[in-house]
Design a protein around this ligand. Sequence first.
Ligand SMILES: [Zn+2]
Length: 90
Amino acid sequence: MTRKYVLLSNDYHDTQCVVSPDSSGYININQMRRAKKILCGIPGCTCSGNLGTRGPQDVEIEIDYDLHGSLCAIVHPLGELLSVQERKED
Ligand SMILES: [Zn+2]
């Protein structure tokens, strides 16, 4: 099975990061922290929010809380736009 990937970007630092949401578009807190670190990673920088994205994205991203009360991100839509970033497992 091919996993789906979403490319996130930050146009302030000119950085990009790939995340792999589950089949419902859910990105957990660990992936969010990783994305934030790659996209911004500068302590105290206010360029972006919890996910580190800034500027236009390929997908719509909603910041939410999961069933355990942890911060998470939900990617919309999961249809064609997400498939554009599809790539094979290493
Ligand atoms: Zn920043």
